[in-house]
Design a protein around this ligand. Sequence first.
Ligand code: HEC
Length: 110
Amino acid sequence: MKKAIWIVGPALSLFAAGAFAQSVDVAAAEGLMKKSGCFKCHSVTAKKDGPSYHSVAEKYKGKADAEAKLTTHITTGPTVKIDGKEERHEILKSKDAAEIKNVVAFILSR
Ligand code: HEC
């Protein structure tokens, strides 16, 4: 019976990871992003001053560091070029790690 345990263990953890990946609280993510002014320059599907979240998700698809990169981007405010002018990128109006993670998961799943 030892064998069965080896098979069930990994299967369960895969299932747990899958369930986690899908658990984005869309309303919470959109609410926080609205409050932070993110939709002034971004939409999910259309390019505005910033890239669409869909194209960001495409760019980072399958990249192991996607979550870390996006978290840094939306919490530290790196300099970005907007209409040829350098500006600090907006940061999320939250210091709550779970809320930030939820927004990153929201973007990556568009
Ligand atoms: C004043 C306009 C503006 C606002 C407001 C803004 N962004 Fe951006 N954002 C940009 C631009 C321009 C880029 C492209 C930067 C680049 O590619 O160098 C960008 C890039 C991004 C990226 C992609 C980063 C990458 O590594 O490819 C993400 C994710 C993002 N923004 C999320 C957000 C979030 C979340 C907010 C709200 C907290 C926000 N943005 C607010 C203009 C804006």
